[in-house]
Write a protein of this length. Structure first.
Length: 85
């Protein structure tokens, strides 16, 4: 779907890694702190996807930011009910 490697947690898309950066699912209203950073934007996949952020290579180069991004995605997705097949 996003043209890279994707990771799921309990059946929910958590994040994806692409050549041009990282996509992370932070949840609507939980993404402001990440969007305040340079080289981070709301994901647009045909239409804007609030709650999803795309962090470019410059932002991803910061280990602390990258860790915070993945931790925030884990926190959000862990709170969702598990999907069943």
């Amino acid at each position: 779907m996003f043209g890279g490697h994707a990771w799921l947690l309990h059946g929910h898309l958590l994040c994806a890694a692409r050549r041009d950066g990282i996509l992370a699912r932070l949840g609507k209203g939980n993404d402001g702190w990440a969007l305040d950073r340079a080289n981070v934007v709301t994901l647009v996949a045909g239409r804007p996807m609030p709650g999803w952020v795309k962090a470019g290579p410059d932002a991803c180069a910061d280990d602390d930011f990258r860790t915070a991004l993945i931790d925030a995605a884990l926190t959000y997705v862990r709170a969702l009910p598990a999907k069943t097949s």
